[in-house]
Design a protein around this ligand. Structure first.
Ligand code: FES
Length: 107
């Protein structure tokens, strides 16, 4: 299924292939397995950063992996600020990267 996973027939643990899920990220179709988080699907498909910081436009992706840092936020089916490390991937999810401008401070 992906480069990080041994094919089920070669896995001595007896694992079977899981149900596939298909989602899109920035228009690109990705395949994952039912039960994976969105961050898991992105990483398994070779995508390591999926947003940029407001200041300096630095790339961000998975940092803590446990829902604390909010570095992994994405937009899922038009819902903003979803933590990719906490949301399970569902068939047909449409994921888009988030990149927000800093608010302008008026003096
Ligand atoms: S990686 Fe820290 S909240 Fe998702």
């Amino acid at each position: 299924m992906n480069a990080r996973l041994i094919p089920a027939e070669d896995d001595i643990s007896g694992r079977r292939d899981a149900d596939p899920v298909r989602l899109t990220f920035e228009g690109r179709t990705l395949t994952g397995e039912r039960g994976q988080t969105i961050a898991g699907v992105l990483l398994a498909n070779g995508i390591q950063s999926w947003r940029t910081t407001s200041y300096d436009r630095r790339p961000r992706g998975l940092f803590c992996g446990i829902g604390v840092c909010y570095d992994c936020i994405v937009t899922v089916n038009d819902e903003r600020d979803v933590r990719a490390c906490q949301r399970r991937a569902h068939d047909g999810d449409v994921i888009t990267a988030q990149s927000d401008e800093l608010p302008v401070v008026k003096e």
